[in-house]
Design a protein. Structure first.
Ligand SMILES: NC(=O)c1ccc[n+]([C@@H]2O[C@H](COP(=O)([O-])OP(=O)(O)OC[C@H]3O[C@@H](n4cnc5c(N)ncnc54)[C@H](O)[C@@H]3O)[C@@H](O)[C@H]2O)c1
Ligand SMILES: [Fe+2]
Length: 415
């Protein structure tokens, strides 16, 4: 279990300048989401750098749902600037962009070198990166606590990631003021991402059922469900159940915004060690192959499926399929999401949990399935193909997976 360092509190963003100065950092690349650059998050963070006498440059060409091309732009800015620290202010898209910029500027390599197999070589860089402080403005991906950066690999038509232990941010700053302006549609998608992170890591293949690596350097960040990540996951589910409906209804609910930021980080600490499995693996081709879906409530200029939405549409079908692997845990997860489980037989665990997930999807006005993004049964073979390349995630499903199982799960997720 690798720990993550976070600081929580209203106004905590004002301390980032101190944090860089304290680490002896002189010159910072601020990677900031264009929609928060001139609002509280961006303004407060840069003001804090100024006050602490830390030199910085701002990069705001972050793409919502980043691609290899958009990562490359940030890598170029990072490589040209001679930075000895990085500050990310934004949602998962921004934090992941800053992670990639830091990685390739610190240890230059051809792009595929660090990309996860099977699409890349999955090499671990030779040593640590420069300090990265992550200030999330969504609640959220938990990227401030995890050792992974996700992007859409355009030529492959699929999302994938870069994962190695050096990518984990040095510090995450959880400031509830930073999510006050998060649009409700973004809060919904991001909040359901939290729900699925927690659920997937809680129901992942048990770590004792995973193979021991040939040598310790080959041990992956994602280790399967384990007693420590379970603590974070189950508490995160309780938080989402209580506070996601409240932030969706009222962005000025200070307590709910703070709790959802914590819930996102809790889930990140859990899944950052245990891993996620099929809902994420299936979401990657669904997001990568999207044709013309434009999500309501998002201020983006390109077709895309928001990450949390692309994940959650698969979660009900997947939990019905995973339930027989650990029925008791599926019941406990349903209970954490607000279900009454007394007297419910174990055979009903999957259905009960799926029903709870659907409850939160309906409440946050989500699409009902991948059919809403324009996919039909005819697209399933291509989606299966794009899922089978996510080797790292498929290994974490509690049962073995093949093309036929995936095709059935996609069919179940059409609506
Ligand atoms: N690295 C990880 O561990 C990890 C985990 C899960 C997801 N992800 C990735 O993170 C990305 C999704 O991140 P996200 O869900 O945080 O959303 P996001 O970063 O893509 O932001 C979504 C939209 O909300 C806007 N926005 C964000 N914060 C705002 C605020 N405070 N006020 C106003 N507008 C705001 C952005 O400009 C953008 O248009 C995906 O690419 C996903 O694959 C990474
Ligand atoms: Fe996610």
């Amino acid at each position: 279990m690798t720990g993550s360092t976070v600081r929580f509190g209203t106004g905590a963003t004002r301390e980032v300048g101190f944090d860089f100065a304290d680490r002896g950092v002189k010159r910072v690349l601020v990677v900031v989401d264009p929609h928060v650059r001139d609002a509280y998050p961006g303004q407060t963070a840069t003001e804090s750098l100024r006050t602490a006498g830390v030199d910085f440059e701002v990069f705001d060409e972050v793409r919502c749902e980043p691609t290899d091309t958009s990562f490359q732009k940030a890598i170029e800015a990072a490589t040209a600037g001679g930075f000895d620290g990085y500050l990310a202010v934004g949602g998962g898209s921004t934090i992941d962009t800053a992670k990639a910029a830091n990685l390739y500027a610190t240890w230059p390599a051809p792009f595929r070198e660090y990309v996860n197999p099977t699409l890349g070589r999955g090499t671990t860089p030779p040593g640590p990166l420069k300090p990265l402080i992550a200030v999330p403005t969504t609640a959220g991906t938990g990227s401030e606590t995890t050792a992974v950066a996700v992007f859409d690999f355009e030529e492959e038509g699929v999302k994938t990631g870069i994962a190695n232990r050096y990518l984990r941010p040095t510090l995450g700053i959880l400031d509830p003021e930073n999510t006050r302006t998060t649009p409700p549609a973004v809060a919904a998608s991001a909040g359901l991402d939290v729900l699925s992170h927690a659920l997937e890591s809680y129901t992942a293949r048990h770590f004792l059922r995973r193979e021991k690596p040939e040598n310790p350097s080959l041990r992956t960040a994602y280790q399967g469900a384990n007693p420590i990540s379970d603590v974070w996951a189950i508490e995160s589910l309780r938080i989402v159940a209580q506070f996601l409906p409240r932030v969706f209804a009222d962005a000025d609910d200070d307590e709910a915004r703070g709790m959802m930021l914590l819930g996102a980080s809790y889930a990140g600490m859990g899944f950052g060690n245990a891993g996620v499995h099929l809902p994420h693996a299936m979401a990657y081709p669904v997001a990568g192959l999207v044709r013309d879906y434009r999500p309501p409530g998002f201020l983006t200029d390109h077709a895309m499926v928001p990450h949390g939405t692309s994940v959650i549409v698969h979660t009900p079908a997947v939990c019905r399929w995973t339930a027989p692997s650990a029925p008791r845990k599926h019941l406990l997860a349903a209970e954490a999401l607000g279900a009454e489980i007394r007297g419910v037989p174990e055979e009903k665990a999957g259905e009960l949990l799926a029903e709870r997930v659907r409850h939160f999807m309906t409440l946050t006005e989500q699409p009902s399935g991948i059919g809403d993004f324009g996919y039909s049964a005819a697209d399933i073979p291509k989606l299966v193909e794009g899922t089978l390349v996510q080797a790292r995630l498929l290994k974490l499903a509690p049962h073995d997976v093949d093309a036929e199982i995936l095709a059935n799960l996609f069919a179940d997720s059409l609506s």
